[in-house]
Design a protein. Structure first.
Ligand SMILES: Nc1ncnc2c1ncn2[C@@H]1O[C@H](COP(=O)(O)OP(=O)(O)OP(=O)(O)O)[C@@H](O)[C@H]1O
Length: 212
């Protein structure tokens, strides 16, 4: 479970989020919607341990992020454009990341690449990948280790329609064993996928029934 308690985030005198309280449980996809600059990515970065709150706490499975642990223990993340090693192929990039934890085989990486329509044997360097191909790699690195928490900030960006349909189906299939946080400017993604929708607006986060 993810618990956000009395969380405030300021940059200098600019308050982005104020006194936020959330409880996010396994088995659900939580959608976060809101205008550009409303604070969705900032919230996600704090839950991922990439940024600290100004006040308040984030607890993941009873561990306070930034105190008991630097990062949540089992978390797949795609926030903004993921950084890759430009001179390596897609497979080699994923392999470098997979080797950090050493919990998945090369075959698992290849399966994911094929699922996303990327050829694992393609020697093309990531610097020559299209935007959508890079986004697919970003999604694969977030998903491939079957982590318990998925933080997906605009995961469908630059993806073609066929891939969007596949990703939606996959998220629905795996959500029972995960806590999934998803932000999207696409109404259909949010309404089709999310069990709970939060609107981030005017420094607060409110649950809403559907997108207006
Ligand atoms: N490191 C930082 N330093 C100063 N201000 C920041 C920093 N990171 C984010 N901000 C500000 O925090 C606010 C929220 O940004 P955030 O990226 O969370 O918006 P968002 O809701 O994800 O927007 P979008 O829909 O455009 O992705 C913005 O005003 C942004 O400029």
């Amino acid at each position: 479970m993810i618990i956000v308690e009395s969380l405030t985030k300021k940059f200098g005198s600019n308050t982005i989020l104020e006194n936020i309280n959330l409880k996010l449980e396994k088995g659900k996809i939580y959608g976060f919607v809101g205008q550009n600059g409303s604070g969705k990515s900032v919230l996600f970065k704090m839950i991922a341990g990439f940024m600290s709150p100004t006040q308040g706490k984030i607890k993941v499975n009873n561990m306070q992020i930034g105190k008991d642990r630097d990062f949540p223990e089992s978390c797949g993340i795609i926030i903004e454009s993921p950084g890759f090693i430009n001179n390596l192929s897609g497979f080699k990039n994923l392999k470098v990341l997979a080797d950090i934890n050493g919990i998945i085989t090369d075959n698992k990486i290849k399966e994911y690449m094929k699922f996303f329509g990327l050829n694992p044997d393609d020697k093309k360097k990531v610097k020559d990948y299209s935007l959508g191909m890079k986004q697919k790699l970003g999604l694969i690195q977030a998903l491939m280790e079957d982590q318990e928490i998925l933080i997906l900030d605009e995961p469908m960006n630059s993806l073609d329609e066929e891939t969007v349909v596949k990703v939606r189906k996959l998220l629905k299939e795996i959500k029972h064993k995960k806590i999934i946080l998803l932000s999207s400017h696409n109404k259909e993604d949010i309404e089709e996928l999310c069990d709970v929708i939060y609107q981030v607006k005017d420094r607060t986060i409110k649950m809403i029934e559907s997108i207006a």
